[in-house]
Design a protein around this ligand. Structure first.
Ligand code: FES
Length: 350
């Protein structure tokens, strides 16, 4: 079809003024060496343009619905519900729904933008001459004029349906991230204040599952312990072990500087929470000579001869100590629960 057959109102803006449409009109950037510009069906048929407009609007609307679906899934699906998805197998229904809806929301925005650019925005070939990197003021003014021209040619002002649905989709999609902020709360309140430790509970070696006697704890060794009766198949095992995990070391009583620490120990055997008071990593490194323990996450260091006070790193509090003794059979036992919250429970400390 010849460009002269095209109604003037359907021509790209740069050409709509009686220019030589077989080549590149009066476009000042057109390269005379380029082949004649071929118009798309949408350039010459307003019904085709409307169809494209509706397709783009449909994609943006679908994105909005998917974002709403994302938020609804987040609220509606329980965390522990799983579904079977071929060929992956059993996965969390919540993760599946969140992934699918967010994927559709982002895909539709991208697909809508691409379809809009390919079918409705100006696609006329232009040549952009190279110029000096430092742009003189008149070039900047020209760039600004070109930008305005581009905005005009994109027809964003004229295609109000696309513009409105695009703004709707772009406004809604960040809500997906906003609702995830809910995971920052609620605060655990007093859930970290109570652990399974209680008066008379035996200290059990975490590796062997055997109750510990004082003779099992040698000077210079680091032993990890848990409360008796806590088994791996127990419901809530991970939560309970995380809260109750202990590390036990033996220190010469004369080396213990903190009076309360000495009173709460048994023959120099001290028991401390293994959970770092910074952000809750398990402490695992022990320096025998100094009786310092180190958290591998951010290098907080605690002095076990001085009430496990922090001597280095970002942790803000000493490790909670468990008061221990021995029962009539000679096994190490707790003499109560921790007297302060374990882990990074800074909101509970007065
Ligand atoms: S969690 Fe232990 S130092 Fe950060």
């Amino acid at each position: 079809m010849s460009s002269q057959d095209i109604p003037e109102e359907n021509l790209p803006v740069a050409q709509a003024d009686g220019a030589d449409l077989e080549k590149h009109g009066d476009n000042p950037f057109a390269d005379p060496g380029l082949p004649p510009h071929e118009h798309r069906i949408q350039d010459i048929d307003e019904r085709a343009a409307k169809r494209s407009e509706r397709t783009v609007a449909f994609l943006f609307t679908l994105s909005m619905l998917a974002t709403i679906g994302f938020i609804a899934s987040y609220v509606a699906f329980p965390v522990d519900k799983s579904i079977y998805v071929w060929p992956i197998g059993h996965i969390s229904a919540l993760n599946f729904a969140l992934g699918m809806t967010l994927g559709v929301a982002l895909f539709c925005i991208g697909a809508g933008a691409v379809h809009w650019a390919r079918t409705l925005m100006s696609d006329e070939e232009i040549a952009d001459e190279r110029h000096a990197i430092e742009a003189p003021p008149e070039v900047k003014a020209k760039v600004l004029a070109d930008f305005k021209q581009g905005a005009k040619e994109s027809a964003i002002g004229r295609r109000k349906l696309i513009r409105n649905t695009m703004f709707g989709a772009l406004t809604l999609v960040p809500l997906s991230g906003v609702v995830l902020l809910r995971d920052l709360g609620p605060l655990p309140e007093d859930k970290l204040r109570h652990t399974l430790w209680a008066k008379g509970k035996l200290l059990v070696n975490q590796n062997t599952n055997e109750p510990l006697r004082p003779s099992d704890v040698a000077v210079g060794s680091l032993t990890f312990a848990k409360p008796e009766g806590l088994e791996e198949h127990d419901h809530d095992f991970q939560t309970q072990i995380a809260k109750a995990a202990l590390m036990i070391v033996r220190i010469e009583p004369d080396d213990i500087k903190d009076k309360q620490e000495l009173e709460w120990s048994h023959e120099g055997i001290v028991a401390y929470s293994k959970i770092c008071t910074h952000v809750g990593c398990p402490i695992s490194l022990y320096e025998q000579q100094t009786h310092h323990v180190l958290c591998p996450c951010h290098q907080s260091t605690f002095d076990l001869t001085d009430g496990a006070r922090v001597i280095f790193g970002p942790a803000g509090h000493a490790l909670p100590q468990l008061r221990i003794g021995v029962n009539e059979e000679g096994y190490l036992q707790a003499l109560g629960d921790f007297e302060e919250p374990v882990g990074p429970a800074f909101w509970e400390r007065g």
